[in-house]
Design a protein around this ligand. Structure first.
Ligand code: PLP
Length: 362
């Protein structure tokens, strides 16, 4: 008789984790994930086309030394202050594993990046959600009162778009014994990065990515800046070969020759963001003031609206059940639409689809 053995039990904290498996919308205009809708720099594209079989058949550099040197020039820090990873999600994961023990608390503002509670649980840490203030700012005192081993801050914050003042970040770094992570995935769109603060704050790790302003989300390259001591531990947790050879080549080209392209399109995104905010206002939709390449508009029935927009070929991201920290989120019952900016024709198509969806959904 066949004898079935029992299933092995996974890590206890995995029970609460659901797979992050967003459906890839098939839409002719996709403003749902804040990637660069203008594309990537010609320099990065050339580097990908130049790739030889030697690049692909050999292992990449174990710890992406060449990429770290290019990043060091870009950020004006020492290469020993930089780590890299397979997207910034991987850098966040490695940092949490390096600086948190199972059972430790990880303080996360709410609403913020949806991946964080999952990354906490995957490493057997306890996510502690701290509501944003009514103006979508950080509640610094409450964040510190958690006495968490790791504090996560996202600036500009996804999904609200709100930038966190550097003085708040300094206060948290000063008042926390463990690691303070500042996620600057949208840092290029904002003014004032926390990177220079890492020189004076030994517990600060600033995480960035090539997925947004640089337009390389599909290549999966993230990086972070911190004191060499912190970086050394994150690198142990990360392990070797996390940035593949093609991705490293494109990222290096994007830094060495592609910066003017990146900056030009960041400037365009910022202009289009202001224009989108005005257009929404004209429709009596108050978007939250954003420092990123997207805007969040609290609005009732966002799911139904985004479904209707998708029928018209436009993908945007809808949220439901957001914590109702503000009067606007209270009125919308925690429902909101997030729209990335890109070439204006695409944003205009999204606005037109929104107009039709609102007429159909009332
Ligand atoms: C998009 C995004 C990232 C980027 O993740 P990658 O893994 O680098 O693609 C990180 N943090 C936030 C808040 C984001 O919105």
């Amino acid at each position: 008789m066949m004898h079935l053995s029992v299933y092995p039990s996974p890590r206890a904290s995995f029970g609460d984790i659901s797979l992050y498996d967003l459906e890839h919308p098939s839409a002719s205009v996709d403003l749902s994930d804040n990637t660069n809708r203008w594309g990537m720099s010609p320099a990065a594209e050339r580097a990908l086309r130049r790739a030889t079989s030697d690049i692909v058949t050999r292992y990449p550099e174990a710890h992406a030394a060449s990429l770290k040197r290019a990043l060091a020039d870009y950020l004006d820090v020492d290469p020993a202050c930089i780590t890299t990873g397979c997207g910034s999600d991987d850098v966040l994961d490695s940092a949490i594993r390096a600086f948190g023990d199972p059972g430790d608390r990880l303080a996360i503002p709410d609403p913020s990046f949806v991946m964080l509670p999952t990354l906490a649980r995957a490493n057997s840490l306890l996510p502690v959600l701290i509501p944003l203030t009514e103006s979508y700012g950080l509640d610094v005192d409450e964040m510190m009162r958690t006495n968490a081993r790791i504090v996560y801050v996202c600036s500009p914050n996804n999904p609200t778009g709100t930038a966190v003042p550097l003085t708040d970040i300094e206060r948290i770094a000063h008042g926390t014994r463990g690691l303070v992570i500042v996620d600057e995935a949208y840092g290029e769109f904002a003014s004032g990065s926390a990177v220079p603060l890492t020189a004076d704050h030994r517990n600060l790790l600033v995480v960035r990515t090539f997925s947004k302003a640089f337009g390389l989300a599909g290549l999966r390259v993230g990086f972070a800046v911190a004191s060499p001591h912190v970086i050394a531990e994150v690198e142990k947790s990360r392990g070797p070969y996390k940035v593949n050879a093609l991705a490293a080549a494109a990222a290096i080209a994007a830094l060495k020759e592609g910066l003017p392209w990146m900056r030009e399109h960041v400037a365009l995104a910022i202009r289009h963001r202001a224009r989108l905010e005005r257009q929404l206002q004209r429709r009596q939709i108050a978007a939250i003031a954003s420092a990123a390449n997207f805007v969040l508009a609290p609005i009732a029935n966002a799911c139904r609206l985004s479904d209707a927009m998708l029928q018209a070929g436009v993908a945007v991201r809808s949220f439901s059940g957001l914590r109702q920290v503000s009067p606007a989120l209270n009125r919308s019952a925690g429902s909101a639409l997030r729209m990335s900016v890109g070439p204006w024709e695409q944003v205009q198509r999204a606005l037109d689809a929104l107009d039709s969806a609102r007429r159909a959904c009332v």
